[in-house]
Design a protein around this ligand. Structure first.
Ligand code: NAG
Length: 209
């Protein structure tokens, strides 16, 4: 499922995957990440493939509306294709950068968020969705698998509504413009590369009390 997998990476980078896959998020940010802030808008979402000769690529991805208000509904559609099976050991390398003036600064990995590497995405998927349990909506309705291996082929997610519940972010993800590069690889062979840009707007918890 290059489309859902890449989409999942993109959404996970926005911290949307626990919400989408596992319901409301529990408190997960340790003292190292400061007081959490509550995400209330994601806007200016853009994406592109960055591995022109990679075997897997997104053909389309649409997330509306813009801005996405959180909590709220989004409509997601995506389609992707792969000429090779996507299977373990599947590594993910995410680089998250924030714009400061004219410069992009790398955000480090804190609590699995930021510029992180994931050594075994197939195992992470199994943790998120234990084998034997149903794949989550909407992907189950369209027969898209949610565990490795993903056979070569084209996968389509027609426009689907997803509810995004309240999400807390660590306080280092301050308001502004971000760009993210996610590279999937298997034994040093690059499988896919996706670049995503988005802007975040959050409010401090103090404004919610
Ligand atoms: C991840 O990607 C970044 C940017 O391309 C690179 O500098 C870094 O070395 C990569 N890390 C790993 C573990 O592959």
């Amino acid at each position: 499922m290059p489309a859902p997998l890449l989409l999942a990476l993109a959404l996970c980078a926005l911290q949307l995957c626990p919400a989408v896959l596992a319901g409301p998020q529990h408190q997960r940010f340790g003292p190292g990440s400061g007081w959490p802030i509550r995400l209330n808008r994601v806007y200016n979402f853009e994406w592109s493939n960055c591995g022109p000769s990679d075997p897997a690529r997104m053909k389309s991805m649409n997330i509306i509306p813009d801005p996405i208000c959180i909590p709220g509904d989004v409509t997601v559609s995506a389609s992707g294709t792969t000429t090779t099976a996507i299977e373990a050991p599947l590594k993910g390398n995410v680089t998250l950068e924030k714009k400061f003036g004219n410069m992009w600064m790398r955000i480090p990995c804190v609590d699995e968020l930021g510029s992180c590497t994931y050594d075994d995405l197939c195992a992470e998927l199994d943790t998120l969705i234990p084998p034997g349990t149903k794949c989550p909506e909407p992907i189950i309705s369209y027969g898209i698998p949610c565990h490795c291996p993903f056979k070569a082929g084209t996968y389509n997610l027609p426009p689907s509504d997803i509810y995004i519940p309240n999400l807390d972010l660590p306080s280092f993800l301050t308001n502004g413009d971000y760009r993210l590069t996610a590279v999937l690889s298997n034994c040093d062979q690059e499988i896919a590369c996706l670049k995503v840009r988005f802007s975040l707007h959050s409010a401090s918890w103090w404004f919610w009390w």
